[in-house]
Design a protein around this ligand. Structure first.
Ligand code: OGA
Ligand code: MN
Length: 244
């Protein structure tokens, strides 16, 4: 991931810059069912700010749990760009974890168990815990909508192997008993998100953070909902589905 401080970007600038990396995916539909910005369906707004009783963006002020963006799709975006317009005085920091290191440092027996498995990336809940539009929620990971991806993927550009986990909630390792899947996922997740594999950005207004969405995950700390936080995000199309 890369951090560029002190930027000044209107949505058109962010979209134009992001397009230099590839075609853009449309933003996920907002929690209220609306797309955010008229004429700019590529722009995803992350915000707790309310206007006329409706949030202008997604994810509220709570924690956003560890995730890869949009990995419930068959071809998730390869990169995301997140730009800070307004930030709270404290809280709302965003952390990133290195999924190459998470894989490389797995105990050998766990590494061997992971290779060749596929994991379901749930499409029911977003990282703020909100139900996605049009989905009838279930907490049975075998039944929930989503997409299977290899648990260990090879990055198409670096050639390095990484864990590819998506989200913990409603994740399911294809073909295993539910209890066995839960136990294996708990062990992998406990290893993957250790602080020594992470880096945290304490946001400043004007920060643009750009991450490789294939070999990282990210999460956000909660913040005081009486403060304002406004972020703009774009997502760059993946060139190929995640592959072992
Ligand atoms: C995102 C995201 C967290 C944040 O935009 O993909 O997870 O810090 N944002 O706003
Ligand atoms: Mn995200």
């Amino acid at each position: 991931m890369l951090l560029f401080r002190g930027q000044s970007l209107i949505p058109d600038d962010l979209i134009a810059f992001s397009r230099r990396l590839g075609g853009l995916d449309l933003a996920p539909i907002q929690e209220t069912g609306r797309r955010f910005v008229d004429g700019m369906p590529e722009l995803y707004v992350v915000s707790n700010v309310m206007v006329n009783g409706e949030p202008i963006g997604s994810l509220g002020a709570g924690e956003a749990v560890w995730h890869t963006d949009m990995s419930y799709l068959p071809e998730p975006p390869k990169a995301s760009l997140l730009y800070a317009l307004e930030i709270p005085p404290s809280g709302g920091d965003t952390s990133f974890v290195n999924m190459y290191t998470a894989f490389d440092t797995l105990p050998e027996d766990l590494k061997a168990r992971c290779i060749g498995l596929k994991v379901k990336h749930d499409g029911t809940y977003n990282s703020g815990g909100y139900v996605r539009q049009g989905v009838i929620p279930t907490d049975d990971p075998r039944q929930s909508p989503g997409h299977l991806h290899p648990l260990v993927c090879t990055h198409p550009e670096s050639g390095r192997r990484m864990l590819y986990l998506g989200r913990r909630r409603n994740a399911y390792i294809d073909g295993l008993d539910l209890a066995e899947s839960e136990a294996l996922l708990d062990a992998i997740w406990a290893h993957a998100c250790q602080p020594q594999f992470c880096w945290t950005n304490q946001w400043r207004v004007g920060d643009l953070v750009m991450w490789d969405n294939r070999c990282t995950m990210h999460r956000r700390d909660p913040f005081d909902n009486s403060a304002r936080r406004v972020m703009h995000r774009t997502q760059v199309k993946g060139a190929a589905p995640p592959a072992a």
